[in-house]
Design a protein around this ligand. Structure first.
Ligand SMILES: NC(=O)c1ccc[n+]([C@@H]2O[C@H](COP(=O)([O-])OP(=O)(O)OC[C@H]3O[C@@H](n4cnc5c(N)ncnc54)[C@H](OP(=O)(O)O)[C@@H]3O)[C@@H](O)[C@H]2O)c1
Length: 474
């Protein structure tokens, strides 16, 4: 399929002076220009309360691309990108100028601001008349719990129709996450074993080696359950476990995800382990503990690690445990799904291969880094004896397609410009996700410490017994 640029429209980024705009949005838009995937005409309007000025905005964009773009800055692409950039301050005058600048036609408005700024901006957009023709991109978190999420939805829907709202979860823009759907529904052999008859248990690990990177003020009181499990991990879980949609359309897929979330049991505090990192070593370097980080309370009980067991009450998955874990300052950065199939019912090789253990088949899905899949199975070792050994079949994105997957934000921005909502969250899924985590938020389980650079507190290993946490070796 050849990609074509979306129809003409403008893009407004509110909060353009911030981290997300610099790290992701401006470099992604630049890379879309480089691929001829931005509309042939259309402005990129940056707005922030900090009055960067036109010159300051252009400098910021250039520095952001130099620092964070996956492709080096090319002067001719930059000239074309730069000609689209316009800055307005985020105040009444700036709003009026923005309205005047993109009065005609459609636009994407990206709220790259902290969550507490969102309600006021929704009212401002309404008052200035920037609602009709707007597709609104919202960043997580979508609320802080079920009650606040319901309130946020109420505010949004007072001004915008659901069809105009694009709730972003950048994990859904990752090729490997989308590949879960291709893998399941474009291959006939896997879907037949994708159920409780054949699968023993499933693990999802989303590990970061980074700490909170000076964002203590943001992270305190949020924690891993809200920051990662309720959104990224649940989105991966939904693609892994939903029923096949009748068509690959946005609404069919989102309907199936919603049906899935509806059947997920709420998390039990008793089967949820919370942890917080203490000082330790990452890549040979000493790093401080969480409570020594800037902006963190000395007696903080915010979790930087969570592991939980989740059950799904539907025909396909009843009785199959899903173990989820995520954390900061873990031994290495990886996002991985491990599907363990049931063991063989009889070990037929006992007599000729005594004492041998047959590991069950496993499918490792590497979401990041080194995107790809590994399927493990048993084979006879060469030689006169019948000896069994685990071997694997590997699929690597880089090797098969000759390039690394694109940055998730590029595809998500493109989809929003096209009006394709497949990879964006619908309000009902967001509320269901909060319903699932709410009991674990209401009755937080005790907090256990773990040294930075390890795989979390030992209590997480107890949670998963009789199994063990698995990761494919790098
Ligand atoms: N950074 C990431 O990699 C990342 C990843 C995933 C999701 N997110 C989400 O994306 C959003 C933006 O993240 P960020 O890291 O860029 O945050 P940030 O740096 O803290 O904030 C972005 C910008 O918002 C503006 N702002 C702050 N308070 C405001 C207010 N009350 N009204 C209007 N503007 C205000 C600030 O600019 P001025 O003070 O100049 O107005 C700031 O530069 C957040 O919701 C965050 O959770 C970020």
């Amino acid at each position: 399929m050849t990609l074509t640029a979306p129809p003409e429209q403008d893009i407004i980024i509110l909060g353009v002076s911030g981290d997300l705009a610099r790290r992701k949005l401006l470099p992604s838009l630049y890379n879309l220009v480089a691929q001829d995937l931005l509309p042939s005409a259309g402005k990129i309007i940056g707005m922030s309360r900090t009055n960067l000025g036109q010159e300051g905005f252009i400098n910021l964009a250039r520095e952001a691309i130099n620092e964070f773009s996956r492709n080096d800055l090319d002067e001719s692409v930059w000239d074309s990108f730069k000609s689209r950039l316009i800055f307005f301050p985020l105040n009444a005058t700036g709003y009026a100028l923005a309205k005047e600048c993109c009065e005609e036609g459609e636009r994407v408005v990206y709220l790259s601001v902290p969550p507490w700024a969102v309600p006021g901006i929704i009212v401002d957009l309404h008052n200035v008349g920037l609602v009709e023709g707007t597709r609104l991109i919202l960043e997580k978190p979508f609320g802080n719990d079920l009650t606040s999420a319901v309130e946020l939805e109420r505010i949004l829907h007072k001004v915008f129709d659901e069809s105009q709202i694009f709730r972003i979860d950048h994990y859904l823009g990752k090729e490997t996450v989308q590949n879960i759907l291709a893998f399941r529904f474009a291959n006939s052999m896997f879907e037949r074993v994708w159920n409780r008859d054949a699968i023993q248990h499933v693990q999802i690990t989303m590990a970061e080696s980074m700490g909170i990177e000076g964002r203590g003020n943001f992270y305190e009181g949020v924690g891993a359950l809200r920051d990662v499990v309720q959104n990224h991990v649940f989105q991966i879980l939904s693609l892994l476990t939903m029923e096949p949609p009748s068509k690959m359309t946005s609404e069919d897929i989102r309907n199936e995800k919603e049906k899935l979330f509806y059947t997920v049991q709420a998390l039990q505090p008793a089967s949820t382990v919370r942890g917080q990192y203490s000082a330790g070593n990452i890549d040979g370097e000493r790093v401080p503990g969480y409570i020594e980080e800037e902006g963190v309370e000395a007696n903080s009980t915010t979790e930087t690690f969570v592991a939980t067991k989740l059950m799904i009450d539907n025909w396909r998955w009843a009785g199959v445990p899903f173990y989820l874990r995520t954390g900061k300052r873990l031994a290495r950065r990886t996002t991985e799904i491990v599907i363990t199939f049931k063991e063989v019912p009889l070990y037929l090789f006992e007599d000729i291969c005594p004492g041998g253990e047959i590991e069950p088949n496993r499918l490792f899905i590497h979401v990041q880094p080194d995107e790809g899949m590994v399927f493990t199975f048993q084979a006879k070792q060469p030689g006169p004896d019948m000896r069994i050994q685990e071997v694997s079949m590997d699929f690597s994105y880089r090797d098969s397609f000759g390039k690394d997957p694109a940055e998730a934000y590029e595809w998500l921005l493109l989809d929003a410009m096209e009006g394709d909502r497949t990879l964006f969250l619908r309000a009902d899924s967001v509320l269901q996700s909060w319903r699932i985590v709410q009991p674990a938020l209401d009755n937080p389980s005790p907090i256990h410490t773990y040294p930075a650079g390890t795989w979390g507190p030992p209590e997480a290993d107890d949670l998963i017994k009789p199994y063990v946490w698995l990761l494919d070796e790098p």
